[in-house]
Design a protein around this ligand. Structure first.
Ligand code: SAM
Ligand code: SF4
Length: 359
């Protein structure tokens, strides 16, 4: 039965839900299939994206996020140009093909210009040989365009959940937190020509298997080039913490995340899929397990060490007290153990983007 599903060209929502609940031998078959497809279509390579969390200042109040605006327990920071550029240089010198600049969501002309200046400086020192992904939330079309024109080639904006009703439960009910706006932004990003990345949280309160199946169908329907998805993890200083007793156990959220990655690899063979850091918070080799079942991207955290504790989206965020060099050495060893090689000096563009369609 599972064998038949795994050979299908197009899976229905119901069939995806069934796969999400596969256990034992069926789960093994799912993971074997996704692993084969990964080897065949994107190769047994892992691309590094050096993650620089350059500011935790945020104007939004997402009910799940530890750095939401209303959390007064967080010490806010904003890295200087030099700190950000030093981290970017570290990635470049260590032959990472690309970096991700991530922050809370700030919408202002000053912020737009600051990111533009950073992009220009990165392009200058790297001679345009470092791909830059931005993940700075919702912006207007002109801002996304300005950043694209100045060297950002990829943008990550998670849809968080494709279920509009669930989205409403996870965000304050105001125009600053609208599902429609999120989708509009993703459309802007795609139409400008970015490699477009999205993702969801897995194991959220009130989320069903059907929701998760629809998330995967939504990603396919939208035609995303890159996906980063991982388990939802609770944070005690957030409103959603009140529902912690209704959550699936962490080990189940972890397992579901691996199945989501595996099924997506089967559905969208040539996209880039990241093993999210949240996987590592549950299992020390969580990201490597994701690599085995279909992911092909890892985002080592290269934010200067002293700031990492202040970018806590959830409890037990890993690697917060390690230096970038330590992270690199431990990752290299672990990836070798998965039978994959690290693609140093390669941009690792999404083949889905390059080909212009899904295989
Ligand atoms: N502010 C930007 C945005 O929201 O798109 C980028 C930074 S935001 C911290 C990056 C991602 O962190 C969000 O898209 C969300 O999926 C994830 N995140 C936030 N809180 C989380 C939590 N408690 N557990 C797991 N992931 C979480
Ligand atoms: Fe801000 Fe992003 Fe966290 Fe929402 S998820 S509160 S936009 S940092």
């Amino acid at each position: 039965m599972v064998e038949d599903l795994l050979e299908k060209q197009n899976l229905s929502g119901m069939e995806i839900s069934m796969l999400l609940q596969a256990e034992g031998a069926d789960k093994t078959k799912l993971f074997e299939k996704s692993s084969q497809i990964k080897s065949l279509y994107v190769g047994n390579k892992v691309y590094f994206r050096g993650l620089i969390e350059f500011s935790n200042i945020c104007s939004k109040d997402c009910l799940y996020c530890g750095i939401r605006k209303s959390n007064s327990e967080v010490e806010r920071y904003n890295l200087s140009y030099d700190e950000i550029l030093d981290a970017a240089r570290f990635a470049f010198e260590n032959r990472y093909g690309s970096i991700v600049l991530q922050s809370g969501e700030i919408k202002s002309p000053q912020f737009t210009d600051r990111v533009t200046t950073l992009l220009k400086k990165i392009r200058e020192f790297s001679d345009n040989k470092l791909r830059v992904t931005l993940s700075c939330g919702e912006q207007d079309y002109a801002t996304y365009k300005q950043w694209f024109d100045n060297g950002a080639s990829r943008y990550l904006l998670r849809i968080e959940t494709s279920n509009k009703e669930l989205y409403k439960k996870l965000h304050p009910n105001d125009k600053n937190h609208s599902f429609e706006k999120r989708v509009e932004c993703l459309n802007f990003i795609k139409s400008i020509g970015y490699q477009t990345g999205t993702g969801v949280m897995i194991g959220l309160p009130f989320q069903t298997y059907e929701d998760l199946a629809n998330d995967l169908l939504w990603m396919k329907g939208f035609g995303v080039d890159m996906v980063g998805m991982g388990p939802y993890l609770e944070h005690k200083d957030t409103p959603l913490y009140a529902f912690r007793n209704e959550l699936l156990p962490e080990s189940v959220r972890f397992d579901l995340s691996l199945k989501m990655i595996a099924i997506l690899r089967i559905m969208m063979k040539n996209i880039n899929i990241a093993g999210a850091t949240a996987l590592q918070a549950i299992d020390k080799i969580g990201r490597e397990k994701a690599i085995k079942v279909g992911a092909n991207v890892i985002m080592p955290n290269i934010t200067p060490g002293e700031f990492r504790n202040s970018y806590k989206l959830y409890e037990n965020k890993p690697c917060t007290d390690e230096l970038p060099e330590d992270c690199k050495a431990c990752l290299e060893m672990r990836i070798a153990l998965t039978g994959n090689t690290i693609a140093y000096d390669e941009f690792g563009d999404s083949l889905h983007y390059v080909a212009g369609h899904n295989l």
